[in-house]
Design a protein around this ligand. Structure first.
Ligand SMILES: [Zn+2]
Ligand SMILES: [Zn+2]
Length: 221
């Protein structure tokens, strides 16, 4: 990941947070992990580079997703070339159908793992067949950092912007509080791997875009 220094691709990267996420339950607010207090929403990010316009984790129902896209960027559905899912949880792919003309990507390990988990011929299984597996790189200038733990094949995006390394961490970092405490969410598949993934992000990130919170600055460890 040290190789990511802004070299090797043509244009600068521009990125915007489309929706600031929040959790159904947040133990750092004194809430119990045993029940949901609200419907969750994930943080959705737009990345623009080299003629590609990428939605990461489409967070709202399709119609609202397009409204938010317009409100935050003035862009239309047809201008979105790619969608990337950090992992397969429902709240991170809620609005994917708003972008039928885009290419849809998810980390290869997450696709492989989920194939064995979803019922045959379910909507989820159909969606999995439409997702293009990606491994280390999404496109020039945007790398994929494997961040397993929250889910088996979870992946974060890493890119350079204005001399800083940005990590769009998805649920590898739930919120700033979870991140600072090196803590993981109640539904985490592999807690040990989740903590290692947080440490991995902490080593390389200057800016972290968490799965369910606004972005924040990081002092590399
Ligand atoms: Zn999740
Ligand atoms: Zn989430």
């Amino acid at each position: 990941m040290d190789a990511i220094d802004g070299q090797g691709f043509d244009g600068p990267i521009k990125w915007d947070v489309l929706t600031i996420g929040y959790l159904s339950r947040n133990k750092f607010w004194g809430e119990s992990s045993d029940k949901g207090y609200r419907s969750p929403r994930c943080t959705c990010t737009l990345i623009r580079t080299n003629g590609r316009t990428i939605i990461v984790d489409p967070s709202c129902p399709p119609e609202e997703m397009l409204q938010v896209l317009d409100q935050r960027t003035g862009l239309k559905a047809e201008q979105i070339t790619d969608v990337f899912l950090t992992h397969f949880h429902g709240d991170h792919r809620y609005g994917i159908e708003a972008f039928p003309h885009a290419k849809w990507f998810m980390p290869e390990r997450e696709i492989e793992h989920c194939r064995g988990q979803v019922p045959a011929e379910s909507p989820e299984s159909l969606l999995l067949t439409k997702l293009i597996p990606v491994d280390r790189s999404l496109m020039p200038g945007i790398e994929i950092l494997p961040t397993p733990g929250h889910s088996k094949g979870h992946g974060s995006l890493v890119f350079a912007c204005e001399g800083l390394t940005v990590v769009v961490a998805g649920d590898a970092a739930m919120t700033k509080d979870f991140y600072l405490a090196r803590d993981y969410y109640f539904n985490t598949t592999d807690p040990e791997a989740a903590v290692k993934s947080i440490d991995g992000i902490a080593r390389i990130a200057d800016i972290i875009v968490p799965g369910h919170d606004n972005y924040f600055m990081n002092k590399r460890s």
